[in-house]
Design a protein around this ligand. Sequence first.
Ligand SMILES: C[S@@+](CC[C@H](N)C(=O)[O-])C[C@H]1O[C@@H](n2cnc3c(N)ncnc32)[C@H](O)[C@@H]1O
Length: 195
Amino acid sequence: MVYILTMLSATMFNRSIEEAHSYAVLALKQGGNAIDATMGNGNDTLFLAQLAEHVYAFDIQADALQKTQALLDKHHINNVDLILDSHVHMIKYIKKPIQLIVFNLGYLPNSDTTIKTQADTTSAAIKEALKILDSGGYLVLTLYIGHDEGVIEAEAVEMILKTLHPKQFTVKKTKILNRNKAPFNIIVYKHTTKE
Ligand SMILES: C[S@@+](CC[C@H](N)C(=O)[O-])C[C@H]1O[C@@H](n2cnc3c(N)ncnc32)[C@H](O)[C@@H]1O
């Protein structure tokens, strides 16, 4: 764990993925289960599987499942369910309490860039995710505003998250101010009943 934190500290300040991963470390510091809502090449799934007891990972591309399975096999990881379905339907598959849900939105670089997350399905999936998430858990989203649909998606996501009741959730946006169109993160913390 100390190794992971040391590794993250060098890059998390200017790379949104590393910052998102630092919140995964925080959410899973006492173990627990996680959802990777956008599996892609499996890099986030692998990272989560090394921290969590169990991971559910979703993608709509069969290719993503093949690539992720190969990556997990290479690292001898077997605590992951790879699910070929939209994250909109995540509630159907989840059998364990969930402490962390991660959405790394957009499209896979060096792949079919027409297959990307969309404002309407991402919005629906976030609403499901907020219901599934355990108290004391985190929802971490990485958003990309370098393409037009990403801008529309980010606006839709913010519209939902900024209306969450502050007694139930704390929502934080971390954004680089001096790099136009840089990706950014939104982190949602679901309060426990004592908070
Ligand atoms: C930016 S990539 C994810 C990167 C990935 N987490 C990784 O570590 O390589 C976004 C992924 O979301 C997937 N996706 C798009 N719409 C989806 C949906 N409705 N449900 C689940 N996955 C979806 C795409 O197929 C793509 O693989």
